[in-house]
Write a protein that binds this ligand. Structure first.
Ligand code: TYD
Length: 194
């Protein structure tokens, strides 16, 4: 099998980290080499974004956010390509659809963002862990909340995600189920890749 690029998307508190780890362990048991990535990254531009999101003050325009996330993504792309060339499996916590959904919900122009992200890799699979933000926010402690974790806003973010799912760009997995059930649903989609 060639390398695979799998992305997890969804509003915060949907269980992404747990499911990413379970999927990564699944591939490792089968003998594949797996890299877990995340956006924002922990490279130079990603670090600026983490500081911003932890600042508790959403002071940037959505367009500024979109530019910074897109720049971080271009740099991230180099690491993804390298891993794929080495036939590894890359599992990323967020990618392009986070920008389309979060900055789109905040008012940034979607066509403009698509062109900013024109050179982003097309993942083999994008999994949306779908959950009502009212339920998911209860899973995120106050200390961990970033500038984006606000109920009404996250409802819009979820609606944006579901729009891209209808376009067939992401597959939807119901994140309200048990951890094992969510994992099983994810594996059904992964099986189709082989
Ligand atoms: P998150 O993935 O929830 O990480 P953690 O669980 O460690 O807090 O935080 C990343 C935040 O970044 C999330 O609120 C969504 C936001 N984000 C965007 O708004 N646009 C983007 O393009 C990306 C990659 C992330």
């Amino acid at each position: 099998m060639k390398g695979l690029f799998i992305v997890f998307e969804g509003v915060d508190g949907g269980g992404k980290s747990t499911q990413m780890k379970m999927l990564s362990d699944f591939f490792k048991r089968k003998g594949y080499e797996v890299e877990q990535h995340m956006e924002p990254t922990h490279e130079t531009i990603g670090t600026v974004l983490w500081d911003y999101m932890n600042s508790k003050n959403r002071s940037f325009e959505p367009e500024t956010e979109a530019l910074l996330f897109a720049a971080d993504r271009i740099e991230h792309g180099k690491n993804i390509r390298k891993a794929l060339e080495e036939r590894k499996i890359v599992i990323s916590d967020r990618y392009k659809h986070s920008s389309l959904a979060y900055q789109g919900a905040a008012g940034a122009d979607v066509d403009w963002m698509q062109s900013l992200n024109k050179h982003a890799l097309v993942p083999d699979l994008v999994i949306l862990l779908d959950i009502d933000p009212e339920k998911s926010l209860g899973r995120v402690s106050d200390r961990e909340k970033t500038v984006f974790e606000e109920n009404e806003y996250l409802k819009k973010v979820r609606a944006e995600y579901l729009r891209y799912a209808e376009l067939g760009e992401l597959v939807v997995v119901d994140a309200v189920q048990s951890i094992e059930e969510v994992h099983a649903d994810i594996l059904k989609h992964v099986d189709k890749l082989a």
